[in-house]
Ligand binder design. Structure first.
Ligand code: ADP
Length: 282
């Protein structure tokens, strides 16, 4: 099983969901089976009790679970059927750990965020990643994990730590990170600014995760000079910096990513050399 973790920096609502779905779709065109998990670090057990004006519409899965809209994106982009467990919330994780504690499963141990909560997160991901999500009934090859919110949020700290540990649990060659960042275009001169991206990548590294791909959301295509600057200051190769500019329809995002070689990078990174990287639709 290979895992692709999508994180966001600088601001929320930056397009993580669309990039997660698009990456999954592209991997699927290689003939791989793709599933997805959305992590929402809020304490609500699910989105059913949340105000739609503040949070957006709730998406209802086939099993009746009321979940974040992103699960709807995954189902549409990936043509899969997900279950309530594909949406992890802090409410669900806490409930699970507290039920175990009440049953005495921890054998008198002091139950803490590390390791009990972080272990519960890792086991949940590993279990759900293996649930078949399409008609074939086969175990997926790739699991896309999207962490909601923004890197550095107080609420997401246990998830970042769990995922930091998780990369060693599953092996570095099976775990890739895509950090979605913002490149604002400032003022009348229209200059593309890289500082927020540099800061968010520094923060990511400080938390023990390193970016495989930096997906830069920008109102316009990244200039070559800006791309080189991001690569240099964030210590990645040029091919690891992707421009994800505003497009008329989010269904164009997979093509944007594909044209910048995301599949070449991920197949190399995951050592999927046996895979024919010419997508089915070419
Ligand atoms: P997040 O998961 O980070 O909260 P979403 O993926 O839900 O962000 O995207 C937030 C909004 O931005 C959505 O309305 C989505 O359609 C839009 N969006 C995302 N990427 C793009 C893009 N490249 N061009 C135009 N709109 C986009």
């Amino acid at each position: 099983m290979k895992y692709v973790l999508i994180l966001g920096g600088v601001i929320s609502g930056i397009g993580k969901g669309v990039i997660a779905s698009s990456t999954g779709l592209l991997l699927k065109t290689l003939g791989l089976k793709v599933t997805a998990i959305k992590i929402d670090p809020y304490i609500n057990v699910d989105a059913g009790t949340m105000n739609p004006i503040e949070h957006g519409e709730v998406f209802v899965l086939n099993d009746g679970a009321e979940v974040d809209l992103d699960l709807g994106n995954y189902e549409r982009f990936l043509d899969v059927t997900l279950t309530r467990d594909n949406n992890i919330t802090s409410g669900k994780i806490f409930q699970h750990v507290i039920e175990k504690e009440r049953r005495g499963d921890y054998l008198g141990k002091n139950v803490q965020t590390v390791p009990q909560i972080t272990d519960a997160i890792q086991s949940w991901i590993e279990r759900v990643a293996r649930i078949p999500v399409d008609k074939s009934g086969e175990i997926p090859d790739i699991c896309i994990i999207e962490l909601g919110g923004t890197i550095g949020d107080f609420e997401s700290a246990p998830y970042i730590e769990a995922l930091r540990q998780f990369q060693y649990r599953v092996g570095q060659e099976n775990f890739a990170v895509i950090q979605v960042s913002l490149v604002p275009v400032l003022g009348v001169v229209g200059e593309q600014k890289t500082k927020p991206t540099q800061a968010t990548i520094r923060q990511l590294r400080a938390l023990g995760l390193k970016p495989d791909l930096i997906a830069c959301r920008c109102s316009e295509e990244l200039e070559a000079r800006v791309r080189s600057k991001i690569a240099l200051y964030c210590r990645v190769e040029l091919e690891q910096v992707l421009s994800v500019q505003d497009v008329a329809s989010t269904y164009h995002v997979p093509l944007l990513l594909k044209d910048q070689g995301i599949l070449n990078y991920l197949t190399k990174r995951f050592r999927l050399d046996c895979i024919n990287i010419t997508p089915e639709w070419q």
